[in-house]
Ligand binder design. Structure first.
Ligand SMILES: Nc1ncnc2c1ncn2[C@@H]1O[C@H](COP(=O)(O)OP(=O)(O)OP(=O)(O)O)[C@@H](O)[C@H]1O
Ligand SMILES: [Mg+2]
Length: 283
């Protein structure tokens, strides 16, 4: 097909030889199948900030720490330089996360480069070499659903052990290749340690998984893997192989019986005083 304008720079640099077809156009990006020499790859072209959805922007502001304070100040002010900086930080966020996660052993597409707002990465395919389906397009037996749910929880734990929370994990951002699930779409990934919304984002990601698989394995509905994982993480106990149960213990601290009795005594005295007061008024 004719090279889209946004990809032209990568063709000129020799990073891409040919754009074969558009795969899809989502909220944040348009994705193409491209040829690089003998390899077929995937090019994700980010949309401009104004075209992106609001929740991504919030998650990004909350979760992303900018190392350079001049950049941070400019971004806060929203100046033109600041917006350009913010745009670059955003565009590089996904490739950074992909490198970090690939190193940590998480199944993600292999990243090659992010250049001029275009992320070049491995095209995830099925056994026949066709573009891999999304998890949402795959049907599971009860047993397979439990297996995939367990595997994806392990991926979430591996990510968290590497300090990363996906932040938009769902059946739409997971592909299925011949070996299992592959996690995609990470521009909003958060730093687990640097964000006030980390716990709730992690819980939402994990709940999305349980909700999806509970269609095939109803016992997953109502499981509390997100809470469990976060507690272990905060306690410094989380490891990739930690045996998860999906349950979190009820509060175990013994009730403070002394304090309860004291409260009851105060209420009783208050009532006595009230009755005495009323009686005195009548006299
Ligand atoms: N590496 C890849 N290999 C194969 N297909 C991919 C790859 N990356 C993305 N896709 C396809 O392109 C779609 C959009 O990609 P992605 O989710 O990263 O972008 P997005 O703009 O955030 O999309 P959405 O708004 O739908 O979430 C995916 O659902 C998937 O079908
Ligand atoms: Mg997506």
């Amino acid at each position: 097909m004719k090279t889209p304008k946004r990809i032209q720079a990568l063709v000129e640099e020799g990073l891409i030889d040919e754009v074969m077809r558009q795969l899809m156009s989502g909220k944040e990006a348009t994705v193409y199948v491209v040829r690089c020499g003998d390899d077929i790859r995937c090019a994700k072209v980010y949309k401009e900030a104004t075209q992106r959805s609001f929740h991504q922007a919030v998650a990004y502001q909350e979760g992303r720490r900018v190392k350079n304070s001049r950049q941070a100040r400019a971004m806060e002010k929203g100046s033109r330089y600041g917006r350009k900086m913010a745009e670059e930080v955003w565009q590089n966020a996904e490739v950074d996360a992909l490198y970090r996660l690939a190193t940590a052993g998480v199944r993600v597409p292999k990243p090659y480069i992010c250049f001029e707002g275009v992320l070049l990465m491995e095209l995830v395919t099925d056994a026949d070499g066709h573009v891999a389906p999304r998890l949402n397009d795959v049907s599971f037996s009860h047993e397979k659903a439990l297996e995939y749910h367990g595997r994806l929880l392990r991926e979430v734990v591996l990510m968290l052990c590497a300090g990363v929370i996906h932040g938009d994990l769902s059946e739409y951002n997971i592909l299925v290749d011949e070996h299992g699930p592959v996690i995609i779409d990470l521009p909003q990934a958060l730093d687990a340690a640097g964000s006030s919304v980390a716990a709730s984002m992690l819980e939402r990601d994990v709940t999305n998984l349980a909700n999806f698989f509970s269609t095939f394995a109803p016992e997953l509905a109502g499981s509390q893997y997100g809470k469990e994982i976060w507690r272990l993480y905060e306690a410094g106990l989380l490891t990739p192989d930690y045996p998860l149960t999906g349950r979190v213990p009820a509060p175990t601290a013994p009730a403070d019986v002394g304090a309860v009795i004291h409260e009851i005594e105060l209420a009783r005295q208050e009532e006595e005083d009230r009755v005495r007061y009323l009686t005195e008024m009548q006299d």
